[in-house]
Design a protein. Structure first.
Lengths: 131, 506, 145
């Protein structure tokens, strides 16, 4: 039983990596209350998708998809282009997220999610008392 | 331009629809005067609206047509596919943009720093081009790119409400996390589809998927795509970003988003469920009936009930939107032409309803004395019926439309939806729809009661909203009534759109 | 960073090579790994290195805020503008065939131009984000290290 599971997984190591990274990334996003840690988890999660695309784009015996004039077996260039776009999207998302964290730090003086919720509830309660 | 070139330009409108707002955005960031930035944005939205009218006309007359980007024929190149359902959503987005811009002039002045306003309009143009791109394109990965363009600019737009209340920042952050997770799920699904079919073009995918037959990979791809898009359209249980985002955004942004962002996500869901995977895909039918239908019902009931308990009026409308999204998913999960037509019609009608209501709330927000902690509350609008008659009148009519009173668009949507559920033989669904409309009466009545039956605070100075803000509100309200009295055009367009996408004869 | 002499001398010597490498990566994107995004990040990394070692004000004097805020939309305008140029020349949107005397030459020119637009935007956005973040708090004094 044990060896057949390993026999099944070893040729599919890239999928194992994808699943591991995806789950670790999602877990960090959900379980950690620190806003910066959530963004780190988001990046891990996005990296798993990059690995999924690129690892399946590799053709056995294929080289880098750059035309050299000689007939060769090339790996699929399309996943590379798609992931370049996705990486840029990930970078943009991270910078918007971090910019928001900087502003939240200035507004609330903390970047822990539960402290922010407490501050909001306290402010709402103070308003209720006033009106 | 010579006559020959301008005739040729007409055929490029599918891409110009997206490219003109996209190139207008960096141009707008170079404008340093805020009134010029507003004027420029307004002209661009008018251009986008005229182009979407042309595209809808062409799609209804000719049927679906394709525009090849860069001259590369599909499936090698990216193709823009326009058919009736596409063109309808394009029209909704550009129409709401055109109506919201005149409103924005005074509203944005009051709510956003003068120096940041050109950048605000830049973000708005990026959001508009992203939404139009999601709808117009016929390539699955292109959908992801434009989805993220519109989402990133939406996060920024929501965060600009921070001047009113710092909660806008955490609302934008929450939306960012959930939205990015959703988009990444979607792109995983697309990757799995690409692995088994080798193509990203929607039409090509639709042809190749049936040939694969039973496949775990296709099922997993379906699941990933549905969950990813579900996050974007605020399906229960991943809707939790919506109340915060809609309530804390600047008024104009809240109105625009409430009327457009979930609609484009629902369009993507319809496109994938009925066009790419096809209406006879067994696993898809199973998911629609056993997963999406119950979630839609939960959304309808829970959204309406929670709306009754909110004090912030924008949160009331936000939870009401969650319920309305539930209606639309219910319509889709019926998998019939009648159901899909009801869903498409509700896309249009809900945009009219929520657009009018959020804009009217924006008029009230202008009078800052009415705000409690940056929000318009039920206490805050006490007695407003007499002091802001036109604004409150608009809210009352919009509320009646939400409930589904005859002579309003809400009634037409609910009627078509109930007809579709009864035709399917599920009477209990029709009963739940009527039940949720009754719950809607409760939260609309709270607003009406506070505005008309309570005494107002004499210390607060209140003036009616300026004309440039009232006109867009009443344009949408009158459209509500107009298309509620004479719904023949909208219903026939919705039926044609549904028929084309489900493959029946148009 | 007055006291860190080795860092200052080495980064001063390396700066032009970093920018040169960035330009190499930019224009050799069609012969090897490279292209606009990679080149933009390399150039931005060079500017950020300069800002880290010599201070934000010195970097702002070398690459002013105003210039960066104009370069950001400029790159996107180059990209989208190429599409409109091909429209006016009679082809489809972003149909590079019409840009040159032969379709191959047109494709080559088109890709170089849009990749340049991408590189400009990416480099200036990275630098702008760094300026925005770093400019919000006081500079760290030497003694704080």
């Amino acid at each position: 039983m044990e060896s057949s599971l390993l026999e099944f997984l070893i040729p599919r190591l890239n999928y194992v990596a994808v699943v591991l990274l995806m789950m670790i990334g999602l877990y960090v996003v959900i379980s950690r209350g620190n806003l910066v840690k959530k963004i780190v988890g988001l990046n891990l999660f996005q990296t798993s998708v990059f690995i999924l695309y690129i690892s399946v784009g590799k053709v056995e015996g294929g080289t880098a998809p750059i035309l050299t004039g000689q007939p060769e077996v090339f790996s699929n260039p399309l996943p590379h282009v798609l992931i370049l776009t996705a990486i840029v999207v990930g970078v943009a998302t991270t910078s918007v997220g971090l910019a928001l964290v900087v502003r939240i730090r200035e507004a609330y003086d903390t970047i822990e999610e539960d402290e922010i919720e407490d501050a909001d509830e306290a402010a709402d309660a103070a308003l209720e008392v006033k009106s | 331009m010579s006559g020959g070139a301008s005739v040729g330009m007409i055929q490029h409108i599918p891409i110009l629809q997206v490219a003109i707002p996209l190139i207008a955005a960096p141009l707008c960031s170079l404008i340093w005067r805020r009134d010029l930035a507003w004027l420029f944005t307004f002209l661009v939205t008018i251009a986008a609206f005229l182009m979407s009218l042309h595209l809808l006309d062409r799609a209804l007359v000719e049927g679906p047509f394709v525009y090849e980007l860069g001259g590369w024929p599909p499936p090698w190149g990216i193709a823009y596919l326009i058919d009736p359902i596409n063109a309808t959503v394009l029209l909704i987005v550009s129409m709401i943009a055109v109506v919201v811009l005149p409103f924005a002039r005074k509203s944005v002045d009051a709510e956003i720093d003068e120096r940041s306003q050109p950048l605000f309009y830049t973000a708005f143009l990026l959001c508009l081009s992203g939404l139009l791109g999601v709808v117009a394109t016929g390539d699955a990965f292109n959908i992801f790119v434009f989805l993220e363009i519109s989402s990133l600019s939406t996060y920024v737009l929501v965060a600009m409400g921070a001047k009113r209340s710092r909660k806008a920042l955490s609302a934008a952050y929450n939306y960012l996390i959930m939205g990015t997770v959703g988009a990444t799920f979607y792109v995983t699904g697309i990757g799995l589809l690409y692995m088994v079919t080798g193509t990203l073009n929607l039409v090509d995918l639709a042809e190749r998927i049936p040939a694969i037959g039973e496949s775990r990979v296709v099922e997993a791809a379906y699941a990933f795509i549905v969950v990813g898009i579900g996050l974007k359209l605020a399906m229960v249980p991943v809707h939790t970003w919506l109340p915060g985002a809609y309530a804390q955004a600047p008024s104009m942004v809240g109105a625009f988003l409430a009327a457009t962002s979930t609609k484009t996500a629902i369009y993507v869901l319809v496109r994938f469920t009925f066009d790419v995977f096809g209406p006879d895909y067994d696993f898809g039918l199973f998911i629609l009936d056993k997963v999406l239908l119950p979630l839609a019902l939960v959304g309808m009931v829970a959204g309406s009930v929670v709306a009754c308990y909110q004090t912030d009026l924008r949160r009331v409308l936000a939870y009401s939107s969650v319920a309305q999204v539930g209606y639309m998913i219910l319509a889709i999960s019926l998998v019939s032409t009648a159901g899909l037509a009801a869903g498409v019609l509700h896309l249009f009608n809900h945009a009219l309803m929520k657009g009018a209501l959020f804009l009217a709330l924006g008029c009230i927000t202008l009078n800052t004395g009415l705000l409690r902690g940056g929000a318009v509350t039920v206490e805050g609008i006490a007695g407003l019926g007499r002091r802001m008659p036109l604004t409150m009148g608009a809210i009352v009519l919009g509320g009646l439309s939400l409930i589904g009173v005859p002579l309003t668009v809400g009634f037409i949507s609910k009627w078509l939806l109930i007809e579709a559920t009864i035709a399917d033989g599920r009477w209990w669904l029709a009963a739940i729809i009527v039940g949720c409309s009754l719950i809607a009466v409760i939260y609309v009545w709270r607003i009406v009661e506070a505005a008309y039956l309570r005494a107002s605070d004499p210390d607060v100075e209140v003036r009616e909203a300026p004309l440039s803000m009232l006109v867009p509100v009443w344009v949408l309200v009158i459209a509500n009534i107009w298309f509620g009295v004479d719904a023949t055009t909208t219903v026939s367009i919705a039926r044609q759109a549904a028929a084309v996408i489900l493959g029946d004869a148009p | 960073m007055r006291h860190h002499l080795v860092l200052r001398v080495v980064s001063k010597i390396l700066m032009p090579f970093i920018i040169l490498f960035g330009l190499y990566v930019q224009f050799h994107g069609d012969f090897g790994p490279g292209g606009g995004f990679q080149a933009g990040v390399i150039v931005a990394a060079g500017v950020i290195l300069y800002a880290l070692v010599f201070g934000l004000e010195t970097a702002r004097a070398a690459v002013p805020d105003r210039a960066v805020l104009i370069l950001v939309p400029l790159g996107l305008l180059i990209y989208a503008g190429t599409g409109f140029v091909t429209l006016f020349l009679g082809g489809g949107y972003l149909d590079y065939d019409v840009l040159g005397s032969t379709p191959t030459a047109g494709q080559h020119l088109g890709i170089i131009v849009i990749e340049f637009g991408v590189g400009v935007t990416v480099a200036s956005v990275m630098v702008a984000v760094f300026y925005a973040f770093a400019g919000r708090s006081d500079e760290i004094e030497d003694g704080d290290w």
